[in-house]
Design a protein around this ligand. Structure first.
Ligand code: NAD
Ligand code: USQ
Length: 406
């Protein structure tokens, strides 16, 4: 297949591009490199030394003999170029990773909220409308997130996208209806993924676009089978307070003797998936495309759930790290349960990689190898969800600022 990987320079997009190229697909990466610019804005860098995207593609060609082509394009701003690109290349499938994906970054300031909404919603909508305009019948696979649903503790499993409900009509009769499972996003970033869902529902129903939306949990790990093949194919690895995600952060913190930064009691339960399973899930989703006229396929892309404090304890046992319980900069439930259905991917043949494997140690080893690249002052998470929380967590009782919020 000819596959366009939108956001193919990112943490999930690069290993997915390699995986699909390795399987013999013709891969085209589209990216505006905004993530690299955000590193510059924040004054941080990936733990791992990433080459330019062009250099990465050159090395891949040397190692595998396969070409991955890179196209510099901003999906949210270059609508006409996107439409022309689609008309010229006519991909069979499109994997859409290209959004601003950090919840803390999306909550840093009003400007970051505006940027995240404009970027994510415009990127998705431009893509959908360009597909309709060009008449290209590509299967669109989008990376959504488990967090669109929020973290209530009703004790029921989160289904794969849809919920059967009964409503009473004016005659008092019960009528069945299938609805999108209600969203309750906990950050502006997660809100944009909720909005994406509605865009997909509309374009599938109105124009027959063929769409799969993958509601992914927190991705951990750094290597896949292909990124291990050459030092210069190494993946991005975020550790900072905005982009680092919890499990990868704890593993890096353990490697540099930084107390594990548990927010609050660590009672938050979240869904997780290893990066190797992410790329496999994309492959599986591509093999199970909907037909024109079908409703959007929604899969929960996760393999296990864990409580934050349990992860911290597990890593402390593994590495001897200390644990620090910090005031939580986020507005979120202090404790929650989470049960998630993931039957679709299991039926398609996913064989989950679990936390118990040696992969935790692999991440710590990578972190130790590149520990000299870490700026410890960038480890704390300082982006607060509300002004009140910012005052509480980033200042002492006399109002003096404790931590830099830039
Ligand atoms: P990332 O930030 O590393 O990669 C995103 C890529 O998209 C970057 O290379 C960026 O430059 C590009 N991009 C952003 N806006 C763009 C635009 N307007 N035009 C062109 N390119 C643009 O993020 P990631 O961790 O690889 O996540 C990829 C996708 O998967 C995101 O949509 C995210 O919401 C979703 N996801 C990620 C995780 C996770 O734990 N990393 C978990 C669940 C879902
Ligand atoms: N947390 C800590 N300590 C830290 C970092 C985080 O206790 O040092 C806590 C947070 O307060 C939160 C939980 O860990 O309760 C998860 O935080 P996270 O930063 O690992 O994940 P999140 O903000 O939800 O976002 C990440 C990705 C996002 C993706 C999402 C999947 O950045 O792109 O969509 O995971 S999910 O969480 O399932 O929605």
């Amino acid at each position: 297949m000819k596959i366009a990987v939108l956001g193919g320079d990112g943490f999930c997009g690069w290993p997915t591009s390699l995986h699909l190229s390795d399987q013999g697909h013709e891969v085209h990466i589209i990216d505006n490199l905004s993530r690299r610019w955000i590193d510059t804005e924040l004054g941080v860098q990936s733990l791992t030394p990433m080459d330019s995207i062009q250099e990465r593609c050159r090395i891949w060609k040397e190692i595998s003999g396969e070409s991955i082509r890179f196209h510099l394009l901003d999906l949210a701003k270059d609508y006409d170029r996107l439409r022309h690109w689609l008309a010229e290349y006519r991909p069979d499938a499109i994997i859409h990773f290209a959004e601003q994906r950090a919840a803390p970054y999306s909550m840093k300031s009003d400007h970051h909220k505006v940027y995240t909404v404009n970027n994510n919603v415009s990127a998705t909508h431009n893509l959908l409308t360009a597909l309709v305009e060009t008449g290209i019948d590509a299967h669109l696979v989008h990376l959504g997130t488990m967090g669109v649903y929020g973290y209530s503790s009703v004790g029921a499993a989160i289904p794969e996208g849809y919920l059967d409900v009964e409503i009473e009509n004016l005659q008092g009769e019960k009528k069945g209806m299938e609805i999108l499972y209600p969203t309750r996003p906990g950050s502006v970033y997660h809100m944009t993924k909720s909005l994406d869902q509605i865009l997909f529902q509309f374009y599938a129903q109105n124009d027959g676009l063929r769409i799969t939306d993958l509601h992914q949990g927190i991705v951990w790990g750094t290597h896949t089978e292909q990124t291990r093949r050459h030092e210069q194919l190494i993946n991005r690895f975020d550790y900072d307070g905005d982009y680092g995600t919890v499990l990868n952060r704890f593993l890096i913190q353990a490697a540099i003797n930084y107390p594990l930064t548990v927010h609050g009691t660590g009672g938050q339960t979240r869904a997780f998936i290893h990066l190797q399973d992410t790329v496999r899930c994309i492959e599986l989703a591509l093999s199970d495309a909907p037909s024109a006229g079908d409703r959007v396929k929604i899969f929960n892309q996760m393999t296990e759930t864990h409580r934050v404090r349990d992860l911290a304890n597990m890593i402390a046992d593994l590495t001897g790290a200390e644990i620090a319980n910090l005031p939580n900069p986020r507005k979120e439930a202090a404790e929650n349960d989470l049960i998630v259905k993931n039957d679709h991917f299991l039926e398609l043949g996913l064989n989950p990689t679990t936390l118990a494997g040696g992969l935790l140690s692999e991440v710590v080893e990578v972190a130790r190898k590149y520990a000299h690249r870490i700026d410890r002052s960038r480890v704390p998470a300082v982006s607060a969800w509300t002004k009140d929380i910012a005052t509480r967590v980033n200042h002492d009782p006399e109002g003096r600022q404790l931590r830099s919020v830039s």
